[in-house]
Design a protein around this ligand. Sequence first.
Ligand code: PEP
Length: 251
Amino acid sequence: MRKPIIAGNWKLNKTIAEAEELAAALVADLADVRDTEVIIAPVYTALSRVAEILENSPIQLAAQNCYPQETGAYTGEVSPLMLKDAGCSAVIIGHSERRQLLEETDQLINLKVKKTLETGLLAILCVGETLEERENGEMLEVLTAQIKGSLADLTSDQMADLVIAYEPVWAIGTGKTASNEQAQEAHSFIRGLIQGLFDPETAAACRILYGGSVKPDNVDGLMAQDDIDGALVGGASLKIEDFSRIVRFGQ
Ligand code: PEP
């Protein structure tokens, strides 16, 4: 009942020409994919050009961040409205690189989530613990604070347009993936949190993606877990063969 999502986070990579080339290759390669939603998130500067390439394909376009205001004196920022105008249907919010490098708080992330949903875009909310937090036994506490803080004041109806990405920080870009069991444990815990904050139907319908060194050789095991509904893929989303194989998990 939960349609899988495979999302590629291109991070700070690819010029406009390179982004166009990769997007065109994906459109050609993934034309027959129906049972999985595919999303790609290039840098801001490439969004509108990539949007043109994706126009008649099922691949959706996401931004990697947004600012929680529509317009105004916010130099250097980009709003969900502008992203929609550029052709995006989704926004990644609260990625650990932004939480760590730019000190984004759950309070700011919550504002971004709300503005994204108000604008009619899908919000892909990232949460996850650091290695230190895991080793100190604080994982569940950290996930609870991130989920509660980021989803504050949302309604069950709004949750229909929100996807959670569980991304243990120690597994991002490190080549270390959480084991299938570690990932399942965290996903099941997050689903329980959603049930407590909202209701059983909202929890059962909420898609929870795993992120952290997802590769062609580990995606099948991860996707076989009950509470893993997709993947947010960094490094491997830049390689056409790897990303295509991940999209075709289990085949
Ligand atoms: C990410 O950037 O969200 C990510 C999971 O990166 P990687 O797949 O490279 O670990």
